[in-house]
Write a protein of this length. Structure first.
Length: 205
């Protein structure tokens, strides 16, 4: 190989090593070999959140809801980050404030991430299915209607049977937004006249 080329290669390699030093990043460190470092085990052998003495937690990426600034690194809030109570039961209701912005965000995320399989109504006839992928459950199925919000959050986080996990692509705030939107879709497909305020019923008959 040409001597100059070798010199350039060494310089680039050197720079890329030196260049990484001293910078803080909001992103989690690259973790090439996960080796069971993260497991969805509810009962831990030791407290994984226990920090060595003198360690200062820093970093606060801004969540969509803006509500969990300090916690985005430690993820101590098991209800928000895990969808579970400390008793390990699923949370009944999404631990977020329901706003129309959050619902719209959920709609947008659902249409990006879920509709390819579940279709935009949630009935399960997405494009990917027409190409031979396992058909998903109808999201307005009585069993899914009866699920707690935390359980829906868990399906997005961990996947289920032939559905893959979306934890890497969708951060927690957005998972809750999607859960709220799934509830709205369910309502849209299962509501009856009884759900309409009495004084408005005549207008839709
Ligand atoms: C690649 C296709 C695909 C995508 C994308 C997808 N799902 Fe699914 N989903 C499935 C399939 C397939 C099933 C049925 C799994 C089974 O029973 O084997 C399913 C099942 C479910 C269930 C029912 C779980 C149960 O207990 O039976 C829920 C709820 C759900 N998906 C929500 C979502 C949401 C919300 C998103 C978007 C974040 C999403 N899915 C994205 C394919 C997908």
């Amino acid at each position: 190989m040409n001597k100059n080329l070798i010199l350039i290669a060494v310089a680039v390699a050197g720079l890329s090593l030196v260049g990484c030093r001293g910078y803080r990043s909001e992103k989690p460190p690259i973790h090439p070999n996960p080796n069971f470092d993260w497991q969805s085990k509810v009962k831990a052998q030791t407290d994984p959140k226990a920090l060595p003495e003198g360690v200062v937690v820093w970093g606060d990426a801004h969540g969509f809801s803006g509500a969990h600034t300090r916690d985005t690194f430690l993820k101590e809030d098991g209800r928000f980050y895990g969808g579970k109570e400390s008793s390990a039961d699923f949370v009944a209701k999404a631990p977020v404030q329901v706003t129309s912005d959050l619902l719209l965000r959920g709609q947008e995320r659902f249409n990006i991430y879920c509709a390819v399989c579940h279709d935009q109504t949630g009935s399960g006839k997405g494009l990917v299915i027409s190409r031979g992928f396992a058909p998903p459950t109808d999201l307005a199925d009585a069993r899914i209607l009866a699920m707690k919000d935390g359980e829906l959050f868990g399906v997005i986080s961990h996947g289920i049977r032939s559905m893959p996990s979306y934890a890497k692509q969708i951060k927690e705030e957005d998972r809750w937004a999607i859960v709220l939107y799934v509830r709205a879709l369910q309502k849209a497909r299962t509501a009856t006249l009884e759900d309409v305020p009495v004084d408005l019923r005549s207008s839709i008959k």
